[in-house]
Design a protein around this ligand. Structure first.
Ligand SMILES: [Zn+2]
Length: 401
């Protein structure tokens, strides 16, 4: 083993190679610091003496099937001129970590296709060491996220623990990248990011979001010149909740035969009609023929989906007004309620037209977050969890851990 291999394969330089020995399943490379001509950090003088010594053992990338350890015999340095004392540092070291820089780089290489657990097992280190290396890399990478080219943002909330713990996530709708994640959904939780956004955005045109009032209020305060687009997905979800409420109400009040017809109809009513197979379409038609109220509600739901296919804002506006009129005049409580809700948000719905954005990309993200949530580690360290979210767009691997 020569100094040349230690340098080229393991990035070790600035020290002198002494010997190699084997212990257990590891190969140890003993090296020593020998340089007297080191710049004094205090006065800049370039000559020192050795005063005191210690040995450190640093893990290196493995060799073949053996673990590799650098045994570093260090001499403390003392400046000949100003008697300042210090321990030397080398680029192959990572502060006080018990591994070398090349070891950390190997961990990052392996994490591109392996899980944390697999990397930890292969390198004979703990899960936490691998996580720490990954976290440190990600926090450097995402210290500052580029916001100046972002045109469209989607905002949504995700439950991160059972029972009312929510996280708000902002994504770039054009690239699918997570721009920011924050615990909580209240205005004060969102304010810091919105302030940053208002300073750094150059191109931002519109934000797609659900119909929650707190998002809209926060946005109006910090980004008054950015359009709000109430997202198609959330509008249709509202409509579906109301259909379901009507269905349950009917189930309670109908006679035995009506109840039998309604049984098992939930998914028929909530799915898009055209995505149902012929068999289910027939089944749904039979149900709706016998139930005038559900028929109207269902028809109005299918109609409402056409709002996003109107081509121009003017046509959409005309369509919207007619739909709301029909809803308000329908005499069906649930339908009237949808009509009132969306009528109040007319301009934000119509904002779809110049921008044509939806939170579709966020729905895909939802599944990835669910996978991440299943990993217990996700929430032991919230900072790390967020960094993993920012890094999602790069991950080819299956997000397990
Ligand atoms: Zn000095």
């Amino acid at each position: 083993m020569s100094m040349s291999i230690l340098y080229h394969a393991f990035g070790i330089k600035g020290v002198t190679y002494r010997s190699t020995y084997y212990l257990g399943n590891a190969v140890f490379f003993r090296v020593e610091t020998t340089d007297h001509h080191v710049l004094c950090p205090k006065c800049g003088h370039r000559l020192c003496i050795f005063r005191g010594r210690k040995t450190r053992w640093l893990r290196m990338p493995p060799i073949g099937r053996k673990q590799a350890i650098l045994e570093l015999n260090m001499h403390r340095l003392q400046c000949k001129k100003c008697i300042h004392l210090w321990w030397p540092q080398f680029p192959f070291m990572q502060g006080m970590a018990r591994y070398t820089r090349f070891f950390a780089l190997t961990v990052l290489d392996l994490l591109r296709s392996w899980t944390i657990r697999a990397v930890a097992q292969y390198l004979h280190v703990s899960w936490d060491v691998v996580k720490k290396i990954h976290k440190s890399r990600l926090s450097t990478k995402y210290r500052k996220i580029n916001l100046k080219d972002v045109k469209y943002i989607g905002v949504d909330e995700f439950s991160i623990r059972k029972h009312h713990k929510y996280m708000t996530i902002f994504i770039d709708l054009q690239t699918g990248r997570v721009l920011h994640a924050v615990e909580g959904t209240k205005k004060e939780n969102l304010a810091p990011f919105l302030k940053t956004l208002s300073r750094r955005k150059k191109q931002l045109k519109a934000v797609a979001m659900d119909m929650s009032a707190s998002f809209a209020a926060a946005l109006k305060e910090y980004l008054p010149d950015v359009s709000v687009v109430f997202d198609r997905y959330h509008v249709m979800a509202l409509m579906n909740r109301k259909i379901d409420s009507l269905r349950r109400e009917q189930q309670r009040t109908l006679d035995a035969e009506g109840k039998r017809n309604l049984k098992g109809s939930r998914f028929l009513l909530l799915r898009n009609y055209h995505s149902l197979s012929e068999k289910y379409q027939t089944k749904l038609n039979t149900l709706l023929d016998a139930n005038q109220t559900l028929f109207t509600m269902h028809l109005m739901k299918e109609q409402l989906r056409l709002f996003w296919r109107q081509g121009t804002r003017d046509r959409a506006d005309k369509f919207f007004k007619q739909w709301c009129f029909d809803a308000l005049m329908s005499g069906i409580k649930q339908l009237i309620s949808v009509g009132i809700t969306i009528l109040r948000r007319r301009s934000s719905l119509l904002n779809y037209y110049p921008h044509r954005i939806t939170n579709g990309p966020l729905e895909g993200l939802n599944n990835k977050i669910k996978t991440l949530k299943r990993q217990a580690y996700g929430f032991r360290d919230m900072e790390y969890f967020k960094l993993r979210l920012y890094d999602l767009h790069t991950s080819k691997y299956a997000f397990t851990g």
